[in-house]
Design a protein. Structure first.
Length: 97
């Protein structure tokens, strides 16, 4: 269900952003991996998904910027996990992965 506080135009814009986040095979692979693993570093994600380190980093930054993932420091490593505050559309897709 759409957020009643947002206008139809705002809802459509947010849905467009959400769909773009999910419209890439590599991003879905990363999300699927993090769903199973809970959290991981960019190196672990790149190794497991067989996506180059550079491409993995770019996808992770995109997903963090759009609120799908969160990042935090664990010593010298940046760790990534799925955000707990997700739009319903993204929650439903992650459930299906």
């Amino acid at each position: 269900m759409m957020n009643a506080k947002l206008s139809d135009t705002d809802n459509i814009k947010q849905m467009n952003i959400d769909l773009r986040c999910l419209s890439n095979e590599h991003r879905l692979t990363i999300i699927s991996f993090l769903k199973k693993r809970q959290f991981a570093s960019v190196g672990d994600i790149a190794d497991h998904t067989k996506i180059s380190f550079k491409a993995t980093s770019k996808h992770l930054l995109y997903l963090v910027k759009n609120g799908v993932l969160v990042s935090y420091y664990d010593g010298p490593f940046v760790m990534y996990s799925i955000s707990l505050n997700l739009p319903e559309l993204i929650k439903n897709v992650i459930f299906l992965l």
